[in-house]
Design a protein around this ligand. Structure first.
Ligand code: ZN
Length: 341
């Protein structure tokens, strides 16, 4: 097998499932921790690397929340967002839909208009400096219940920042049925936002059906368990409803037991539009380039196959037609130049 790493590193890519706070690399966390010395998060890069080594899922949640706690001011929000874009640009990510949980920040006392200005300012600066185009998905933290859902919908609809394209739902699935969020998704969709809930990551295919029927899902976050239901796979394939697959995340959270058993092959074989994403990359010890390498191995892809995978993400994105055509052109130009070497 040829080493595909250099090809992947230079391949122009789009990412559709990646969380804002969950993208804070040790470099970014160190910068934020230095601003807030009362936090228990270490500022030294080596100590931070240890801090980011998770013993189990509960430990992961603890670390995640300690990083949430470092984002206290609009300037912290701006720094986090802009620096995440820098890390994306280094991987040749040309476009990303970043999932943001505004409820976590406004509930912690960041003024809501200042929050929107901070992310928008970072978005414009990142596009100007790195050429990476950012769009937002505002998601409901499912574990925080209907109050959080109502607040997230209000922030999305009433304060809608220019970069906002979609409305999501994250957090645990067990004990958090999708249909209860229907009114909030209805409101967001009526305002023109796309529906992209997480579903079928830790529960069965019926949760994916719920997301489709009750929430009008246009893409599914994870959808790992969809492979247990051939009718569901056929429905997803027929309607070009993409799955946002995050292989390394699925192992880290134990949604999938073993990478070799990851159902991505069955998804592709069923004709489903599969995209590959990194979810909470530094926290899972990965990045998008690594997820492409994992997908190449699991699916037996060569350079052309990887280019096609990158184009899947562009197709499934909420970019306008001109934006999609531009990135597809970049992918084609890059791939042709690579084969002509
Ligand atoms: Zn996620």
């Amino acid at each position: 097998m040829p080493d595909l790493t250099p090809f992947i590193a230079g391949l122009p890519k789009a990412e559709l499932h990646v969380h804002h706070v969950g993208s804070a690399s040790p470099r970014i966390v160190a910068e934020l921790a230095a601003r807030h010395p009362d936090s228990k998060v270490p500022t030294d890069p080596e100590a931070l690397a240890d801090y980011f080594t998770f013993t189990d899922f509960a430990h992961f949640i603890e670390v995640y929340l300690s990083v949430v706690d470092l984002v206290r001011t609009p300037d912290d929000v701006r720094t986090l967002t802009f620096e995440v874009a820098r890390d994306m640009a280094r991987q040749n990510i040309r476009y990303a839909e970043l999932t943001i949980t505004p409820y976590s920040s406004t509930r912690r006392g960041i003024e809501e208009k200042a929050f929107m200005e901070a992310i928008e300012d970072a978005r414009r600066a990142a596009e100007a400096e790195f050429g990476t185009v950012l769009r937002w998905c505002f998601d409901i933290p499912g574990e925080a219940g209907l109050e959080a859902a109502a607040e997230t919908a209000r922030l999305a609809v009433d304060l809608r920042p220019e970069g906002l394209v979609s409305f999501g739902l994250g957090g645990p699935e067990i004990g958090v049925p999708r249909p209860q969020f229907k009114p909030y998704f209805d409101a967001a969709r009526a305002a023109g936002l796309h529906s992209v809930p997480h579903a079928g990551e830790t529960t069965g295919p019926e949760t994916v059906w719920d997301a489709l029927r009750a929430l009008g899902a246009e893409r599914i976050g994870h959808g790992t368990s969809a492979v247990q239901d051939p009718a569901l796979l056929a429905y997803l394939a027929e309607h070009r409803i993409a799955l946002e697959v995050c292989p390394t995340s699925n192992i880290a959270t134990r949604a999938v037991e073993d990478l070799e058993l990851h159902p991505i092959r069955e998804m592709v074989q069923a004709g489903v539009l599969v995209t590959v994403n990194s979810d909470d990359p530094p926290m899972f010890g990965t990045d998008l380039n690594n997820e492409y390498a994992v997908a190449a191995r699991l699916l037996g892809l060569d350079e052309r196959g990887l280019a096609a995978l990158a184009k899947n993400a562009v197709e499934a994105s909420f970019l306008d037609a001109a934006g999609k055509a531009r990135i597809v052109q970049e992918i084609d130009t890059y791939t042709e130049a690579w084969s002509a070497r």
